[in-house]
Ligand binder design. Structure first.
Ligand code: PEP
Ligand code: MN
Length: 331
């Protein structure tokens, strides 16, 4: 980005403004009487358009076209509404309080789900989660109850005044996901499945876009840009941990990266400490941190009998273990 300052006397003011905005800059003389500032925007949490707006009083600004023009055009107070039958409206982002999304990793059978839904509602959960078609690392592990689960997840959630979210694992799942789910999850392994993104971008349902553990923040943003490019801007990011050098926990929860994404791109951000840590001892603290940092929501795996869970048993919180987190979320 290049800023041509109107007059040399403005330079101290420009410098102050650049420091206030947290922008790296170097002064480069541009011949003649014009003074040019070269501004590096790579390390900035601000959209180029926003910088141009902030600095427009000082002179002419030239910036390269952003790779995320659709995300950049979202307003500062952008929020995503997830609605469900019975007048349920759950707001993510803007100035809305942090939302609790909770439920089992995988749907197992309707009676247990009913018990879980009833409990989670008393805990302040607004969205019930549960995987029906599961992306499992091993083909020998439980693969989920199949798409039939979308319907009973929705029924349980709606009976208790909640919205529901589940993952569409492939394009084949999309028609039924659109029919039954209030929020459709793109799992970490599918973040760059562009044909799935295209299909969900054409559907009129909000999408929870998880971060791939091996992706950069820019790649994650560009995946969201794919959804927006098809006409769907009801996108919520979900940070669920990246693959770092550490092996004591399942992944590394990138709270700073998530904060940067929320500053830079405005889309709401949900934090999933269950998959990020894989450890029930650590999950409650990370959930508290996420709420304290002002993220739009927290997603937790909760199971009535964690030791019997058919997937992700080690990270499932029992009702008793989840209970102290109730105070973080408004009812
Ligand atoms: C999930 O939330 O059910 C899940 C499989 O998570 P992830 O895609 O983040 O691994
Ligand atoms: Mn899980």
């Amino acid at each position: 980005m290049l800023l041509l300052v109107k007059s040399e006397t403005l330079i101290p003011n420009v410098k102050d403004a650049l420091v206030r905005l947290g922008l790296e800059h170097t002064v480069a003389r541009n011949g003649g009487n014009d003074i040019a500032f070269e501004i590096s925007v790579d390390s900035s949490a601000l959209a180029p358009q926003r910088i141009a707006q902030e600095l427009s009083a000082f002179g002419a600004i030239y910036h390269q076209r952003s790779r995320t023009p659709l995300l950049d055009a979202l307003p500062d107070d952008f929020a995503v509404e997830v609605s469900a039958p019975g007048g349920v409206k759950v707001m993510f982002g803007g100035n809305h309080p942090s939302v609790l999304i909770a439920g089992p990793c995988a749907l197992e059978e309707p009676e247990r789900l009913e018990l879980t839904a009833a409990y989670l509602r008393t805990m302040g959960a607004r969205v019930l989660r549960g995987g029906a078609v599961k992306p499992r690392t091993s083909p020998h592990d439980f693969q989920g109850v199949g798409r039939a689960g979308f319907r009973w997840l929705a029924e349980a959630a709606h009976r208790h005044g909640m919205a529901c979210v589940s993952e569409a694992l492939s394009e084949d799942d999309v028609p039924e996901a659109l029919e039954y789910l209030d929020l459709i999850q793109v799992g970490a392994r599918n973040m760059q499945n562009f044909s799935l993104l295209r299909k969900l971008g054409q559907g009129r349902r909000p999408v929870l876009l998880k971060r791939s553990p091996g992706s950069t923040l820019r790649e994650w943003a560009l995946a969201a840009e794919h959804l927006l490019s098809q006409g769907n801007n009801r996108v919520i990011f979900c940070e669920r941990g990246v693959r770092g050098l550490e092996r004591e926990l399942r992944y590394t929860l990138d709270l700073a990266g998530a904060a940067w994404m929320q500053e830079r791109f405005r889309l709401p951000m949900v934090i999933d400490p269950s998959h990020a840590t894989g450890s029930k001892q650590i999950i409650p603290r990370c959930a508290r941190a996420a709420v304290a940092m002002g993220f739009s929501g927290v997603m937790l795996e909760v199971h009535p009998e964690p030791s019997a869970a058919l997937s992700d048993a080690l990270q499932a919180l029992s009702f008793e273990e989840a209970a102290p987190l109730k105070q973080l979320f408004q009812q």
